[in-house]
Design a binder for this molecule. Structure first.
Ligand SMILES: *Cc1c(COP(=O)(O)O)cnc(C)c1O
Length: 817
């Protein structure tokens, strides 16, 4: 490992401040010091980066291209410093210059190029790939505005643009030499070249895709992989020689296309919005990524038929599925292969990860839009569909039902999941339960026809960000107890189990939790102005706001607890701080109203002196990776309460577990596997099972009105939604939430997420939480067992499974001269 002593670091920081900002270190602002430190760190990374890429070239290794619309990276500086093994030196160098490393890290904006779990998974995978030494590229989009910043005003979410590039981003490098053209629209001309038909796109608009590379630093191994995010630029910036009107018009259009293309990340999580610009974004980054991947391959290999031996494209959800047709286009139109040959190569290069079974998330593009925007790609998809339906017909003669259910193009729409399954050689779900539901329910017909493609890869998280960086006190304690192998081999953490039997160790462990609760309490005081009691139970639900994730169940239960406390102020209750953090998609009205409800309940409860601070409710503004790290470290209870069958995996659940929080959850997603590892006694499980939910759904739902009519406590809470109890100025404010639970008007089903059905089971589980917390020894043991049993949930394990079953990569060692 290239090292960097303290004096050299100081000099580098001082020089950077001088050269970048014409200032002495004493005059520099914290932001300028951050930039200077980042450039100093980048200088170290660069040598490893060059050495890594040279090693890949020399060995002609196989690479995975991880194609993803989202990479929710979190801050880079602190993580890079740790992975380079330079934390101690840099911290000390900064101290001697009069700065605190943590405060400097706080100057970095989160590159929030993702919505939630899917984007964070991509980021964890890149960290694991680099740390394990596998050659990998992340491929995505350089959104100029990432996920919006959330402000809470008067209890409402306000979306503010996230200008993460405002001060420049020190870790990225513009790679103009890899710029490439991406074409949209126009028409396809068929030309006979004497031997075969050649397809030429004409009358199109195009943009220049320009890549920016960010280093992905492996932990302690010199490996630096690349996250390549594409920016767009007009192809000829207004250098108009011909002043005729048509060209002028076209130049303006191309300029606007480039500008709009990479402007924003759509803020929908698990929801398909059908926006034309979104499809353009998809084709833009996939076409650019594939063109350059193939060009690179051809520099090192003679025969295009070798492509599947050297390259694998992993599609993170259906968003990159146009890749399949783009690869076919390149092989047919540019490499002049025959269809069968091109198809054979494509179907050995592309693999697909499914992330959800929810109907509203499935991407289905209208033919009109798809064919207008991507005329040649549409022709190819049509031909893929035609040939696939012939196969379906052979396997199931005269079975129109099968065609209807499996066709790629049907009923005026292009179904991206079907294209991904037909063209991919692997189709994986993201937790065992999710994969089983795919096979038995959602994708049953495909599973029957091509069972060999289906496999499970339970998600994971990187312990380097979510323990080593996010929870330094616990990380150091773990290392003191069992050594540092857990950092690159998480299952070693099971050695902690014996310390759960030791009173002194339990006290040390719980004291660290307390210190982390103090850190979060300070953050809350600074950001929310609310005092919270660090001795109370920190009961946390942080994740995207979505009906299926059921933040509403949580806050209704808080309302119910508050009613109990008001009726009986003397009630013996362990003080609780209910902490929420969640962004809602900008157009998702009921989700935004739920945020308002949480804040309204918080206002009433936090200001009610009569309850002696026994309940506090806190909504943390702008939930993102950097504050997530602080929140996980401080949590006692991890709320994972989705309607069973709806959460494909979840990864927040794993981050909490790693930090010693106990799961309060349904048997959904990866919760099932978490409970399997830690044991039912060390978690609080409640609610309908996925089979029960699916059964109700297949039989027309259930009737929540019956519960409303027979259950006084639930009725009282629901009435408080519409009697102004939490909104005296506007008693109707929460009517739509009330309606979503009870009303069948507009023939929409009521309570489709089984909130009332699961309510009492949840309230019981919450009582078990309280009882368990009263027994300090038992709680400490359970919390420690959660950490000790988290070994399975490292993304290192997930990546090793992808490599073994799907990617077949070889590890690379990088030696520095
Ligand atoms: C892990 C993570 C998520 C995903 O959380 P879930 O509970 O699995 O939905 C979302 N956002 C951020 C910032 C995360 O770190």
């Amino acid at each position: 490992m290239q090292t960097f002593d303290k004096e050299a670091i100081k000099k580098s920081i001082i020089d950077n401040v001088k050269n970048q900002f014409r200032k002495t270190i004493d005059e520099a602002t914290p932001q300028q010091v951050y930039q200077a430190v980042a450039y100093a760190v980048k200088d170290v990374i660069i040598d490893n980066w060059i050495a890594t890429q040279k090693t890949f070239d020399d060995l002609k290794v196989k690479k995975v291209y991880y194609l993803s619309m989202e990479f929710l990276m979190g801050r880079a500086l602190g993580n890079n410093i740790i992975n380079l093994g330079e934390q101690k030196e840099i911290r000390e160098a900064l101290e001697e210059l009069g700065f605190d490393l943590n405060a400097i890290e706080d100057q970095e904006p989160d590159p929030a190029l993702g919505n939630g779990g899917l984007g964070r998974l991509a980021a964890c995978f890149l960290d694991s790939l680099a740390t394990l030494g596998y050659p990998a590229y992340g491929c995505g989009i350089r959104y100029h505005y990432g996920m919006f910043k959330q402000k809470i005003e008067n209890g409402y979410q306000i979306e503010v643009p996230d200008e993460w590039l405002k001060n420049g981003y020190p870790f990225e490098i513009r790679r103009a030499e890899y710029a490439t053209e991406v074409k949209f629209g126009g028409y396809v001309k068929t030309v006979w070249n004497g031997q075969r038909n050649v397809f030429v796109q004409e009358g199109y608009q195009s943009v220049l895709a320009v890549p920016y590379d960010m280093p992905i630093v492996g932990y302690g191994n010199n490996v630096v992989n690349t996250l390549r995010i594409w920016d767009a630029q007009p192809i000829n910036t207004f250098s108009l020689t011909a002043f005729d009107k048509g060209d002028y018009q076209k130049a303006v259009e191309q300029e606007n296309l480039a500008k709009n293309l990479v402007e924003v990340l759509y803020p929908n999580d698990n929801h398909y919005a059908g926006k034309e610009l979104r499809l353009k974004q998809q084709y833009f980054f996939n076409s650019a990524s594939l063109q350059v991947a193939i060009k690179k391959f051809k520099e090192q290999n003679e025969d295009i038929h070798m492509l599947p031996e050297k390259v694998v494209f992993q599609m993170n959800d259906t968003h990159p599925t146009v890749s399949v047709a783009e690869l076919m286009r390149i092989l047919l139109d540019e490499e002049h292969l025959e269809w069968e040959d091109a198809w054979d190569i494509t179907t050995r290069c592309c693999a697909y990860t499914n992330h959800t079974i929810m109907a509203e998330a499935l991407e289905k593009w209208p033919i009109e839009l798809f064919s207008r925007l991507l005329p040649r790609i549409y022709q190819i998809v049509e031909e893929i569909n035609r040939r696939f339906l012939l196969e379906v017909g052979q396997k199931y003669p005269n079975n129109y039902e099968k065609v209807k259910k499996m066709a790629i193009i049907f009923d005026g729409q292009v179904k991206m999941a079907h294209l991904a399954i037909v063209a991919g050689f692997s189709v994986n779900g993201v937790a065992r339960l999710h994969t089983e539901i795919l096979k038995k329910q959602e994708l049953r017909d495909f599973y029957e026809m091509m069972p060999e493609k289906f496999n499970n890869k339970t998600n994971g998280i990187t312990q380097r960000r979510f323990l080593l960086h996010g929870n330094p006190l616990l990380a150091q304690w773990v290392t003191d107890k069992i050594g540092n192998e857990w950092i690159t081999d998480l299952p070693h953490i099971s050695k902690l189990a014996i310390y759960a039997e030791d009173e002194k160790c339990r006290q040390e462990f719980m004291n660290i939790k307390y210190q982390n609760k103090l850190r979060l309490a300070k953050y809350i005081k600074e950001h929310n102005g609310i005092d919270v009691d660090p001795r109370s139970i920190f009961d946390v639900q942080v994740k995207r706001l979505h009906e299926y994730k059921r933040q509403l169940l949580n806050i209704l239960h808080v309302m119910y607890l508050y009613n109990q406390l008001k009726d009986n102020p003397g009630i013996d209750m362990v003080p609780r701080t209910f902490i929420f953090g969640a962004k809602a998609a900008a157009g998702y009205q009921i989700a935004k109203k739920t945020i308002k409800l949480i804040n309204s309940v918080a206002d009433v409860i936090n200001n009610d002196k009569s309850i002696n601070g026994k309940i506090k409710v806190v909504f943390i503004e702008d939930y993102k990776v950097s504050n997530a790290e602080i929140i996980f470290a401080a949590a006692d209870v991890s709320e994972q309460i989705s309607t069973a069958s709806k959460e494909a995996s979840g990864t927040g659940n794993m981050k909490f577990m790693l930090n010693g929080a106990l799961t309060l959850g349904t048997m959904d997603g990866a919760n099932v596997e978490i409970v399997e590892e830690v044991g039912e006694d060390n978690a609080f499980i409640f609610g309908l099972t996925s089979d029960e939910v699916i059964n109700f759904e297949n039989n027309g739902g259930y009737n929540p009105v019956e519960i409303f009519n027979t259950d006084q406590e639930i009725r009282r809470v629901l009435m408080q939604l519409i009697n102004g109890y939490y909104a005296p100025q506007d008693p109707e404010l929460f009517r739509d939430i009330y309606n979503s639970l009870l009303n069948t008007k507009n023939s929409a089903k009521a309570d489709t997420y089984f909130i009332l059905k699961d309510f009492h089971s949840y309230a019981d589980a919450q009582q078990r939480v309280e009882a368990a917390y009263r027994d300090e020894t038992k709680w400490a043991k359970a919390a420690m067992m959660n950490v000790a049993c988290s070994g399975k949930f490292s993304s290192d394990r997930t990546i090793e499974e992808y490599v073994r079953d799907i990617w077949h990569l070889k590890k690379v060692k990088v030696e520095l001269d």
